[in-house]
Design a protein. Structure first.
Length: 99
């Protein structure tokens, strides 16, 4: 007898996004990027009261989840929302919240 998979692909994806969003610094970065096209990691360091290494870890989490993209423009890194995954996240969260 075939047993139906209890957890859907959408649930796995939204959980990955939610985990990456699970810190106020990451939410700040996402909110900032949703209001402008891109920003540089150095600019974020000036805005936030955290060490560069800590910011790098937060950016890595967002990037690994697919919510942002990073592009090296030596000596800085430019970060932007991954528009495709951002729209996917919006749709999945909207579907979850609105039933």
């Amino acid at each position: 007898m075939y047993k139906k998979e209890a957890i859907s692909e959408d649930q796995k994806i939204i959980a990955r996004f939610a985990k990456a969003m699970g810190h106020p610094i990451r939410m700040y970065v996402l909110e900032l990027l949703s209001k402008q096209s891109c920003c540089y990691s150095g600019d974020l360091t000036e805005d936030l009261p955290i060490a560069k290494s800590t910011l790098s870890q937060h950016l890595k989490e967002l990037k690994d989840a697919g919510l942002i993209k990073g592009e090296i423009e030596a000596p800085k890194i430019k970060y932007c929302l991954d528009q495709e995954n951002w729209k996917l996240a919006q749709g999945l969260f909207n579907k979850l919240m609105n039933g």
